[in-house]
Design a protein. Structure first.
Ligand code: 9C2
Ligand code: ZN
Length: 430
């Protein structure tokens, strides 16, 4: 049997939007924690995967056994009965933990809820490998940019009035219907709110079902406008954003369904957003820690060479709308740890995971002690050096080192320098 605290080797995905070679935090982490991983300086390194998902499972660093095998052989020790009962699995972690290092925009996407995931997988298991939902949370490690959720309705109406190419894609008639009938101040769940969501769905559906050559023609005009008449755009950051995206994916439908319809979100390190299942989003640049329910189901719309599924995407979205601020998370102090340094809890409103960030600014040589948590967890060091210690087991922690901690295990995080920074994803049944 493995220990209660042990190191993991995490694999990675080389999607085209990842940072290239050793400029990618994913490549640095994979190589530093396991020097037999050689970095190819011509290839992108997009996502480090930490968990038991069968596409890229993690292994015990010392024994090279798959984590899922270790869990399957001793589910009580490595998941605990409350997690087994709640998530009905004796073999898998309920969450998937990742590092993303983003050079270019990801696909405009949304993830299904559980009911839709089951239907998608039954009909198309190649494109939808999991029957689980995928709510997700992103914590910025560097400055981060992304799209998240639909813009406020009055912003979309303003764009329809001021940007002729947008109006052309939507069509005069629907544009007029949208502008005349939206009720931006409708209370959530009121009948007016429902009618707002239907109007937004019509607009999004119209964009997504436009003919390719019409989108190419209108996007060329849109880009010309962004270059020559940035004053047409009320949102001051939008012209530069459209030009940047157009360099990555020239004349792509994402300029309309992302750039003009979704919020442009900018986070500083330490800020985080939570995306429910069925919320549209796309990350644009930066390094993040991402945690999600264990699933790889993605329904894509634009900015991607991968499989797009317009029909399901238009049907599935919640069409909630609003400011970026409403999607940001406010971390709180994690009160089951004490000592030097600081632990912040990012706790989204879902069952599968929460994440604790632990830092040691001004506390070189500091020790922070964690009580045992009532479920399994995975830790990654992102900066600095230190140790993780349980009883006689004291493991060195350097950038990219990943650890598994069994339920109920008390752990000391010991900083060797004040940069020592870790993220710990965990799950508890209550
Ligand atoms: O892996 C995304 C990555 O599917 N981020 O995007 O490669 O499918 O365009 P592409 C997924 C990531 O965890 C995510 O959901 N929002
Ligand atoms: Zn996503």
């Amino acid at each position: 049997m493995s220990e209660q605290l042990f190191r993991l080797d995490a694999g990675f995905q080389q999607y085209g939007w990842g940072k290239i070679g050793s400029s990618s935090a994913v490549a640095q982490f994979a190589h530093h924690s396991n020097p037999s991983v050689k970095i190819d300086e011509s290839k992108p390194y997009a996502e480090l995967w930490m968990g038991t998902h069968s596409s890229v499972p993690s292994y015990n660093h010392d024994t090279k056994e798959p984590l899922s095998k270790i869990i399957t052989e001793h589910p009580q020790e490595y998941l605990g009965s409350s997690i087994i009962n709640k998530f009905e699995s004796k073999t898998q972690l309920p969450f998937l933990f990742k590092v993303l290092s983003i050079e270019k925009v990801l696909s405009i996407q949304a993830h299904p809820d559980k009911a839709l995931a089951r239907v998608l997988r039954a009909n198309d298991p190649k494109n939808y490998p999991d029957d689980n939902h995928k709510p997700e949370m992103a914590i910025a490690v560097t400055d981060f940019e992304g799209f998240c959720g639909f813009k406020p309705l009055e912003t979309i109406a303003d764009e329809l009035n001021k940007i002729p190419e947008f109006k052309a894609v939507i069509g005069e008639e629907l544009a007029a219907e949208f502008i005349a009938n939206i009720k931006p101040s409708a209370a959530e769940n009121s009948s007016e709110y429902e009618s707002n969501r239907k109007l937004l769905q019509k607009v999004f559906g119209k964009v997504m079902n436009s003919k390719d050559d019409f989108i190419v023609e209108q996007s060329k005009l849109l880009i010309k406008r962004a270059q020559e008449h940035p004053e047409c755009f009320t949102e001051k950051d939008l012209p530069a954003l459209l030009l940047n995206l157009n360099e990555q994916f020239p004349n792509d439908i994402g300029l309309f369904c992302g750039g003009l319809l979704l919020n442009h979100c900018q986070l500083k390190a330490g800020e985080a957003i939570f995306l429910q299942a069925k919320d549209p989003h796309a990350y644009i640049s930066g390094d993040i820690i991402e945690c999600m329910a264990a699933s790889d189901n993605v329904v894509r719309a634009g900015f991607t060479p991968k499989f797009k599924d317009v029909k399901n995407l238009v049907e599935m979205l919640t069409y909630q709308y609003g400011s970026v601020e409403s999607q940001k998370m406010v971390p709180e102090n994690f009160d089951r740890s004490s000592g030097q340094g600081k632990s912040l809890l990012y706790n989204p409103p879902i069952d599968e995971f929460a994440v604790v960030e632990t830092t040691f600014k001004g506390a070189q040589g500091g020790v922070r002690s964690f009580k045992g948590l009532q479920g399994p967890s995975i830790v990654i060091t992102t900066k600095g050096n230190g140790f993780l210690k349980n009883g006689d087991v004291k493991l060195r922690a350097e950038p990219g080192y990943v650890f598994f901690i069994a339920p109920g295990t008390e752990v000391d995080f010991i900083s060797e320098d004040e940069d020592f920074t870790t993220y710990r994803a965990f799950v508890e049944a209550n």
